[in-house]
Design a binder for this molecule. Structure first.
Ligand code: SAM
Length: 465
């Protein structure tokens, strides 16, 4: 075992193969990976996205035909070559620097400097991983690039090494910059504590705090600076608390007339202007009214439910992460919304009971926007078994993956769907799918994609291990 470990260590210490001088080609290559459609005009990008959605829908359609042994039919208007109508993609109101959250890695740059802050190019498997500065990317706002640039300045003057590979030691790790339209910026620095004693850790926290409050980094004007000790690729607040080094504990966003509180752990759609259109679309599809209960599954800060609270009798939010549910409760209270309740539990654990208790004749409109792994089958089952749910709006950033599984295996088999709406997502696009109960099986799809500049921005942010 020791020999194997040594071999692995020697392998991983080999220099990356493609290190070369820093030139435009690195930046172009990074843009090709992070924003693969950047060479096209925005109109052309929208066409490409539309064709991709069409293919997803065609695959779903043939799978449904196979399951049901019948052709999918609908009386509603169709798009050419599809069983249903596909709405054109809705353009994003903002197409440059639209990201409100960016995650920067730390690693060896094209010039070999291990204290480079940017995005990865290449793969660990091919040992050609390079970290390239990302300030030229069209989707990154200038503010985030500035924070990344100053973090790099800080690292280069720090006596501590960066943590490039977990088993090789090192301390400084990734940086997250989260900003809002109110002009607030939160910086979160991840640090591997290795064997450092508490006093030594305090010294490092004090140094980075001083750099960003009184030193050169003060020009970034951070609203909050957080520090997280992390021995894993990714840690939640529960696993390793975010420690506030300076500034305010929260930042705030204005969206659809609400003031929303954001904590370090909070998921937020990365294009705020796009998110507004997405949530507005969800509202349109959900058909909520004063007699309905709105069930917001995987609600995070509860934005969907809270933005529709005035149109519905009651909002019921379910979310796994405690800290963000506190944000939802704060947001409700601050905005004077009283017809809501939030539950911090796994949806699969709480939903069956919760739905049983709500079967009192009131209609339920359910909205789900699950994480990438899709909905747990128990959640799908609970939704299927609840007769009071008459519309389900399914929002997905990845309409071709687990969403398809959820739809085909769980929902459509119940002949639940009469109405399928695909929508927009992942930093670019999100997919909204609305289903309502109907005796006659039909599929009616619309594409309502809030489109940003390019796709796949986040695919590149995988941490080293
Ligand atoms: C894509 S985000 C939801 C986005 C949000 N609805 C919106 O539109 O802004 C997914 C959320 O689901 C939560 N989640 C993941 N698994 C869950 C589960 N089993 N039960 C409840 N919430 C879950 C995650 O903590 C995360 O906040």
């Amino acid at each position: 075992m020791i020999a194997k470990k040594c071999q692995r260590r020697q392998k991983s210490q080999k220099k990356p193969r493609h290190l070369g001088p820093l030139d435009d080609s690195w930046q172009e290559r990074l843009a090709d990976v992070v924003t693969p459609l950047w060479r096209l005009s925005y109109e052309e990008q929208l066409k490409v996205k539309f064709e991709a959605q069409k293919k997803t829908l065609q695959r779903l359609e043939s799978y449904l035909q196979m399951l049901n042994g019948v052709n999918v039919t609908t009386a509603a208007p169709r798009s050419e070559g599809l069983c249903c109508f596909l709405h054109p993609i809705i353009p994003s109101p903002v197409i440059s620097g639209y990201r409100n959250k960016s995650t920067f890695s730390v690693n060896r740059g094209p010039d070999g400097n291990p204290k480079t802050v940017g995005y990865y190019l290449g793969t660990w498997r091919d040992r050609n991983m390079v970290c390239v500065r990302s300030n030229h990317l069209k989707n990154i706002p200038r503010k985030h690039s500035q924070v990344a640039q100053y973090y790099e300045v800080f690292l280069r003057q720090s006596p501590l090494e960066p943590c490039l590979l977990f088993h090789e030691g090192g301390y400084w790790r990734e940086l997250i910059a989260h900003s809002t339209s109110q002009g607030h910026t939160m910086g979160i620095i991840t640090f591997h504590p290795q064997e450092l004693r508490q006093e030594e850790l305090c010294v490092q926290k004090e140094t980075v705090k001083k750099f960003f409050t009184k030193g050169p980094g003060a020009v970034c004007d951070l609203t909050s600076l957080y520090f997280q000790e992390s021995t894993m690729t990714c840690c939640s607040h529960q696993q390793s608390p975010y420690q506030l080094l300076s500034g305010e504990p929260h930042i705030f966003e204005d969206l659809l007339g609400l003031k929303i509180r954001i904590s370090p752990d909070t998921f937020f759609q990365v294009n705020t202007a796009g998110a507004e259109i997405l949530y507005w679309t969800v509202g349109e599809l959900s058909g909520v009214n004063s007699n309905t209960i709105l069930l917001d599954i995987c609600c995070v800060t509860g934005v969907i439910g809270l933005s529709l609270a005035q149109y519905t009798s009651w909002v019921l939010g379910i979310e796994l992460v405690e800290q963000v549910v506190e944000d939802a409760r704060w947001t409700a209270a601050f905005n004077g919304i009283t017809n809501c309740e939030f539950h911090t539990r796994r949806a699969e654990k709480i939903l069956p009971q919760l739905l049983k208790s709500k079967e009192d004749g009131q209609l339920i409109v359910a909205v789900v926007n699950p994480a990438q792994a899709g909905l747990h089958y128990q959640v799908v089952q609970a939704i299927r078994n609840c007769g009071a749910i008459h519309i389900l709006v399914f929002v997905s950033c990845k309409p071709h993956g687990e969403t398809t599984r959820n739809i085909t295996e769980g929902l459509i088999m119940q002949r639940y769907i009469s109405h399928l709406v695909s929508v927009s997502s992942r930093c670019t696009v999100g997919a909204v799918t609305a289903f309502s109960r109907n005796e006659k099986f039909s599929l009616d799809a619309y594409l309502v994609v809030c489109e940003l500049l390019a796709s796949a921005s986040l695919f590149f942010q995988a941490s080293p291990e």
